[in-house]
Design a protein around this ligand. Structure first.
Ligand SMILES: Nc1ncnc2c1ncn2[C@@H]1O[C@H](COP(=O)(O)OP(=O)(O)O)[C@@H](O)[C@H]1O
Ligand SMILES: [Mg+2]
Length: 412
């Protein structure tokens, strides 16, 4: 990442809590729009026309911090994703409670790095995401819901907050996800090197950026489970929230038959754009996965869940980015980020899967972007775009019919 902090830079905090429901990531950036003053005047003026721009901002990452959810909060968040265990009062309270927790996280990060945010971008905690329209009460409806009350954050942090990024893309006919390709393109495009930018959070998603690509040429989609199945299996069999360092998986044997069986499911056979969440790889899936593992050793089940993530990624790349494209794509590098980058067994398995495809594995950290910070950085950048009335969905990634300014703004 380039740039020194200039006088006119804006301090923007990005707040992310993903489908792992492990906690809150906060990134603080200094951002400065580039381009002619006339451009920014036009886009800042009330009623100004939204302008799609992918490359007009320079940024500096000031710092990043992670806060785990308290145990009871994590349990409440996971329960809220489960319709049969959620109550309306509980959801309403959770929305305000998360607003308070996000505020605490931003304020603590501000103190740590001695900055004051001018703007906050908060993704919120997804409780439900259904990117595809389906019949509901006589109409075809797609729906998404990110919770964490932005009015609370704006009041506590004393800064405007952009939240609820996904619905505007869906209103434009998109699936509301993925939104991170905007950042991927901004930071990782290269005129000579084709790159697959891969994040492994609860769900794993990629952005394929051919060498010299325009935004229209990006392919981005969820490849399947990231840490979600590994976490659930580890929790169930070992009573640990995740497989730290991939140590349990390292002591187990991969059950190839189970992998083969799982990769036959509809999700993996479907062409992008496609998105996944707990709806696809949550409790039901895990139950079926464990049933397929039969009476195997506990560590074999964890090893197999880990291999499933690696193989689903490699298969998705072969099927939907290399082979299935209009002109032949050459990709040389994978840039990895997300909590899964800390799972050494997963990283080793992924490296082995990528070698035959000719992809070299690199980490986003090498580019000045700590793996765990990436999605929080993305929502700081998206908030900044929205603040300047710039569209920031990538229609080729979400399937939207047009570009859209994302999110809603709450004022302090
Ligand atoms: N040291 C570690 N070893 C193994 N896995 C880890 C480690 N740290 C984080 N993870 C994994 O990363 C997940 C969190 O990743 P994250 O990128 O925050 O996902 P999300 O965006 O879904 O919240 C954890 O649930 C865990 O599975
Ligand atoms: Mg997380």
């Amino acid at each position: 990442m380039t740039v020194s902090m200039k006088k006119k830079g804006m301090i923007v905090a990005g707040v992310m809590s993903g489908t792992s429901a492990d906690g809150i990531n906060v990134a603080v950036l200094c951002m400065r729009p580039q381009g002619s003053p006339r451009d920014s005047e036009a886009s800042d003026s009330p009623g100004g026309v939204a302008r799609a721009s992918l490359v007009h901002t320079t940024l500096e990452l000031i710092g990043h911090a992670e806060y785990s959810y308290p145990k009871k909060v994590r349990a409440a968040v996971l329960a809220a994703m489960n319709a049969s265990r959620a109550s309306v009062a509980g959801l309403a309270r959770l929305n305000f409670l998360l607003g308070e927790l996000y505020s605490d996280a931003v304020l603590a990060t501000e103190r740590q790095f001695r900055v004051k945010a001018d703007l906050v971008g908060c993704h919120g905690q997804t409780l439900y995401h259904q990117g595809e329209p389906a019949r509901f009460l006589g109409r075809k409806i797609a729906a998404t819901w990110q919770t964490g009350e932005a009015a609370i954050i704006a009041a506590r942090v004393a800064a405007p907050v952009v939240s609820d990024f996904r619905p505007a893309d869906m209103a434009a006919g998109g699936k509301g996800a993925p939104l991170v390709p905007f950042l991927d393109y901004m930071l990782f495009r290269d005129s000579h090197v084709g790159r697959i930018v891969q994040n492994i959070g609860g769900i794993a998603n990629l952005t394929a950026i051919p060498a010299g690509a325009t935004p229209r040429e990006l392919v981005a989609f969820d490849t399947g489970p990231g840490n979600m199945v590994i976490d659930a299996v580890t929790d169930k069999l070992f009573r640990q929230p995740f497989d730290r360092g991939g140590r349990i998986a390292a002591s187990g044997k991969v059950l190839e038959k189970v992998i083969h069986q799982m990769l036959h499911r509809d999700f993996f056979r479907k062409a992008p754009p496609k998105t996944a969440g707990r709806e696809e790889f949550g409790r039901e899936f895990v139950r079926e996965f464990l049933r397929s593992c039969g009476r195997c050793r506990k560590q074999d089940a964890v090893a197999t869940a880990t291999a499933l993530t690696a193989k689903a990624i490699a298969e998705a790349i072969q099927r939907y980015t290399i082979k299935n494209s209009a002109r032949k794509r050459h990709f040389q590098e994978m840039i990895l980020s997300g909590g899964g980058a800390k799972n050494s067994t997963l990283v080793t398995m992924l490296t082995d899967e990528l070698a035959p495809i000719g992809l070299q594995l690199r980490f986003s950290d090498e580019f000045g972007l700590p793996s765990a910070a990436k999605e929080a950085v993305a929502f700081a950048i998206l908030a900044h775009e929205t603040w300047h009335r710039h569209a920031s969905n990538v229609p080729s990634a979400t399937g939207a019919k047009r570009s859209a300014v994302l999110g809603k703004i709450s004022y302090p």
